[in-house]
Design a binder for this molecule. Structure first.
Ligand code: ACM
Length: 532
């Protein structure tokens, strides 16, 4: 409790609104928060009651929430039909919505579905002193002030991305990252698994992907120049299928759907290092050691489709979500332009330029994935040469691609680099920041982002299903560095995608942040302080 009390006191000095309590510090801001009278005390006698005792999924949500309290906070929180923390799912309201009531008699979370129940409990955790979950108050009681909260998400797609190819992150960190996302009601994790610099997923049919494509001889130092400057250290790693199954299950428990990305036709040089016969030219190729965009990409041979479909069939088995991300970005057409095979293909298929070849390529992969029960997402370059009929577009080069795709009736996820690339510097004082790729993306710019472009008619705007922030890791080698780049900017994203547009208020958001920094402190997260 000591840290909790200290923090509450510190907050009260900083925030005039503090006597109103943590119910005014929730991130993302709920739809409505109405303080009540009195408080409820959780202590050794407090139990959890499921409204439907046979609801095993609700029991799973309850147990996951209660686990840290049971393990370290000295609160046993058993389940009992007479418990005063009542949890139920009643199907009322939009997906993922919930109502949370705290009165002196108890706590009730009632949700539209189990994801909503999970989110209601995340909100409840934010009403407790920071550190409660990680060992404090250790056997003492903890009070929650009375409040009535009603809450529902603005967008159904609330995404965070992580590039594990430029640098590899161990399964334990990927789980920790997913856990942090879920606490802030992010529900999609875009796992960028393949790149020129490394292939990170075990595929049984192609062992050379993990023997060769998963490792590079060394890594570029600095932003790069004409002359390569490398660190001389072999680097790599990959996730086994067991790692992936474990991470998928971990994410599912937290209502996060993982979207794996398998890049094509570009960003594929690491594959070509192992399987050079899939390139238009002879090779040999090496797993890239520098950053950038590479000209050696998949050649649209029958053998390439056989390779990709075999890989994707194994990927489908691992990931239960509806989407597979197929990349599609930054694929230079130089090799295709010089290829006799591609010239004949264009003639045969009536394709007028290389963009149409890429479109033909992506449409073929889409047919395969649709036939296997999956939908594709691609970066906005997949608009060039014609969109695949059922594709969802991730708009990263600004919002033009997203606007165009939504007008064509396609679903869109907004990820413009101007507002949502968390690899950019957080301060103009770059000398005092960890080395980054460039750019300038301060917290308030992320917070100001509006995913639905003004010029869209309502029918087209409905295709903007959400937004996502991207974490490219060329210059992030450690978990601590990733955390530094992600927090607190992810807090801003969570409010952009969850809270009502009218509820967004930068000043209020900044006042709420110290409460969350205290939570991150308790969780051991290396966030970037505001006053650095
Ligand atoms: C991207 O940043 N190349 C999607």
């Amino acid at each position: 409790m000591r840290r909790g009390i200290l923090w509450t006191t510190a907050l009260c000095v900083m925030m005039s609104a503090c006597d109103a309590g943590p119910e005014h510090s929730i991130v993302p801001m709920p739809q409505s928060v109405v303080p009540g009278d009195g408080s409820f005390t959780l202590d050794a006698s407090t139990a959890i009651a499921l409204v439907d005792a046979t609801d095993t999924e609700a029991l799973g949500v309850a147990n996951l929430w209660a686990a840290p309290f049971r393990a370290s906070a000295g609160l046993p929180l058993p389940t009992s039909s007479t418990g005063t923390i009542r949890l139920g799912v009643d199907g009322v309201g939009i997906p993922e919505s919930y109502r949370l009531d705290v009165t002196p008699d108890g706590i009730t979370v009632t949700a539209a579905d189990h994801a909503g129940l999970f989110y209601g409990l995340q909100t409840l955790s934010q009403l407790l002193p920071p550190g409660t979950e990680s060992g404090e108050p250790s056997g003492e009681s903890v009070s929650v002030r009375a409040v009535h909260i009603e809450d529902a998400p603005r967008f159904s797609y609330r995404g965070m991305h992580l590039d594990v190819a430029r640098h590899f992150f161990e399964p334990a960190f990927v789980k920790h990252y997913i856990d942090l996302l879920a606490r802030y009601k992010i529900n999609r994790f875009h796992w960028h698994l393949t790149e020129d610099q490394g292939w990170r997923i075990e595929i049984d049919a192609y062992p050379r992907l993990t023997e060769i494509s998963a490792f590079r001889n060394q890594t570029q130092i600095g932003h790069g120049s004409e002359e390569f400057n490398g660190d001389g250290q072999r680097y790599g790693g990959f996730y086994t299928k067991d790692d992936i199954r474990d991470i998928v299950a971990y994410a599912q428990e937290r209502y996060i759907t993982i979207i794996p990305e398998i890049e094509m036709p570009g960003h594929s040089q690491a594959v070509l290092a192992a399987y050079p016969e899939l390139a238009c030219t002879e090779g040999p190729f090496e797993v890239a050691m520098s950053w950038g965009v590479f000209e050696d990409i998949f050649c649209p041979y029958e053998e390439t489709f056989e390779f990709l479909e075999t890989v994707l069939a194994e990927v489908i088995e691992l990931f239960p979500g509806e989407y597979i991300h197929i990349g599609g970005d930054e694929a230079p057409k130089t090799r295709w332009e010089e290829s006799e095979y591609v010239r004949l293909l264009m003639q045969r298929e009536g394709l007028v330029d290389e963009h149409q070849v890429q479109s033909w390529f992506i449409q073929r992969i889409e047919r395969f994935l649709n036939a296997n029960g999956k939908r594709i997402i691609g970066w906005d370059e997949i608009l060039e040469g014609g969109l695949a009929p059922n594709a969802t577009v991730m708009s990263w080069r600004g919002t033009v691609g997203g606007i165009e795709a939504s007008r064509q009736g396609h679903d869109v996820i907004m990820t413009p680099y101007s507002h949502l690339y968390l690899d950019y510097y957080q301060s103009e004082d770059q000398a005092n920041e960890p080395f980054a790729i460039g750019g300038f993306l301060p917290l308030d710019t992320v917070y100001a982002y509006e995913p639905v472009p003004e010029q869209l008619r309502a029918a087209d705007a409905a295709h903007i299903i959400g937004a996502q922030a991207n974490v490219w890791t060329e210059y992030m080698k450690t978990p601590e560095h990733v955390e530094y780049m992600v927090f607190p900017r992810m807090f801003a994203l969570s409010e952009v995608v969850w809270s009502a547009k009218e509820a967004r208020n930068l000043e209020g958001f900044l006042e709420r942040l110290p409460w969350h920094f205290a939570r991150l402190d308790a969780l051991g997260v290396s966030y970037r302080p505001l006053d650095r």
